[in-house]
Design a protein around this ligand. Structure first.
Ligand code: CA
Length: 385
C-alpha cells in the first residue's frame, strides 16, 4: 500500500475498496461491503509491495498436519483490541472491560519497538492513536508518519493514547469514547499477558473460567525489511507467560501464510494458529487469499493452522433489504478441519441488510461459525444462543 498520509486515517476498508478496479454498477455494493469493516488500518502505512503473489502451495509433511479443533459449545467471543467499542483500543482498561463483559479471548496486536520490545498496538504508526506529534514533533519519517519501530520502549511509554482519530484529529468512529486527558498508556505484550494472568486469578477464579489470549504477529514481512524478526519475539513473550502448547488458552494469528507456516514448521510452535484471510486487493501480505479460500487452499491451511479468520463478507453475502446468505465458506473450512472466526462485529457499523448486532450474530451462528472478533464483547455474548 502507499504511504499517503491522507489515506492513513481512512477506515481501512473504504481505502481498500477505493483501490479496487471495480466500479459502475458494483460501486454501491462495494461501498456497502465497506460498512462491515475489515480488520485493520495498518495497510495504509505499510510500504510493502501491494500486489499479492501467487499462491503458496508448498506440500507439507504428514507430521505437520494436526487434528481439527473440537467445536466450542458456543462460538468464542474474541475481544477485538479489547472492548474497543467502549474504550480506546489496546489499552489495559479496554482489556479489563472486555474481560468483565464475558470475552473468551482478548486480542493483542503486536508491533516491535526500536529496542526489540513487543508492544501491543495495531498500527505500525503512532499518530492516529497517541500524542506522538506533540511529544516527538521531529521524529516522523519523510513520508509523514511516526513509526512505532523508530522509538525505544522508554520513549513509547511516555506517550498517551486516545480514541482512534482520522484526518484532522476528528474521531474515526462517531459515538465512541470521547473524553480526553485520561492518560491512557501503551503497554508491552508481557505486561498484558501478566495483566490477564492476574485477572484470571481474581475475577476468573470467582467466575470459574479463565480468559485466553489471541495474539497477532503484525506485518512480519515489513518488520523484516526494518531488520526485525517479529514472530520469534512474540512467541518468546508468550512462552515466558506459559503459553506454549495447543491446549493452552492461546491463539496466534497472522495475515501472512508464509509466516504462519514458518511459525508452525520452522519455529516449531505448538500453539493454536489462525490464518487471517483478507482480500488480495488489500495488499495485506504476500499471500494469495483467493487461493487459500479454495478447497485445495483450505486443506493447505489446515496442514499448518487450526482455523481461519475471514472477514464478514467472506462468510455471509450482504445486500440492502435482504437477509444475509451464507457463502459456504464455513462448511468448506469445516470440511478441511478448520475453525472459523470472522472479524469484526461492530454494533455501530452494521453491514447492509442487517438491522442490529443480534441479527448479525444470529446469521453468523446459523452459518456455523466457531467464534468472532468484536469491538462489543458484551453484545456478542448477550446475542449468542
Ligand atoms: Ca488484529
Amino acid at each position: 500500500m502507499t504511504c499517503a498520509k491522507r489515506l492513513a486515517s481512512l477506515p481501512a476498508t473504504t481505502m481498500r475498496f477505493s483501490r479496487m478496479p471495480l466500479g459502475g454498477a458494483l460501486a454501491p455494493f462495494i461501498a456497502a461491503l465497506a460498512l462491515f469493516t475489515s480488520n485493520p488500518a495498518m495497510t495504509a502505512t505499510t510500504p510493502t509491495k501491494a500486489a499479492p503473489a501467487t499462491g503458496t502451495r508448498t506440500t507439507l509433511s504428514p507430521q505437520a498436519v494436526r487434528p481439527p479443533l473440537q467445536p466450542a459449545a458456543k462460538p468464542l467471543v474474541i475481544a477485538h483490541r479489547g472492548a474497543s467499542g467502549y474504550l480506546p483500543e489496546h489499552t489495559l482498561e479496554a482489556k479489563a472491560l472486555a474481560y468483565a463483559q464475558g470475552a473468551d479471548y482478548l486480542e493483542q496486536d503486536v508491533v516491535i519497538s526500536k529496542d526489540g520490545v513487543p508492544v501491543v498496538a495495531h498500527d505500525l504508526t503512532l499518530e492516529d492513536t497517541s500524542n506522538v506529534r506533540d511529544v516527538f514533533p521531529d521524529r516522523a519519517r519523510p513520508d509523514g508518519h511516526w513509526y512505532l519501530i523508530d522509538f525505544t520502549w522508554d520513549e513509547l511509554r511516555t506517550l498517551t493514547l486516545h480514541e482512534r482519530t482520522a484526518e484532522g484529529g476528528t474521531p474515526a468512529r462517531a459515538g465512541r469514547f470521547a473524553a480526553s486527558g485520561v492518560g491512557f498508556r501503551l503497554h508491552t505484550l508481557d505486561e498484558e499477558l501478566a495483566f490477564i494472568r492476574g485477572l484470571n486469578g481474581t475475577l476468573g477464579k470467582r467466575l470459574g473460567r479463565e480468559v485466553g489470549v489471541y495474539t497477532e504477529v503484525k506485518s512480519p514481512a515489513w518488520h523484516r525489511e526494518q531488520g526485525v524478526d517479529a514472530a520469534p519475539i512474540v512467541l518468546a513473550s508468550l512462552a515466558r507467560h506459559g503459553y506454549t502448547k495447543a491446549t493452552d488458552l492461546a491463539y496466534v494469528q497472522c495475515f501472512d501464510f508464509a509466516e504462519l507456516r514458518r511459525i508452525r514448521l520452522a519455529l516449531g510452535s505448538e500453539l493454536k494458529l489462525i490464518q487471517l484471510i483478507g482480500e488480495n486487493s488489500w495488499g495485506e501480505a504476500d499471500t494469495d487469499y483467493s487461493y487459500l479460500l479454495t478447497p485445495t487452499g483450505l486443506r493447505e491451511v489446515a496442514g499448518v493452522a487450526d482455523g481461519i479468520g475471514p472477514w464478514g463478507p467472506q462468510v455471509l453475502t450482504f445486500a440492502p433489504g435482504k437477509a444475509p446468505v451464507p457463502t459456504g465458506l464455513v462448511q468448506a473450512a469445516h470440511a478441511a478441519g478448520l475453525a472459523v472466526h470472522p472479524y469484526t462485529l461492530r454494533a455501530d457499523e452494521l453491514p447492509p441488510g442487517v438491522a442490529d448486532l443480534p441479527a448479525l450474530v444470529q446469521a453468523l451462528q446459523a452459518a456455523g461459525i466457531d467464534g468472532a472478533f468484536t469491538d462489543f464483547p458484551d453484545q456478542l455474548r448477550a446475542a449468542l444462543k
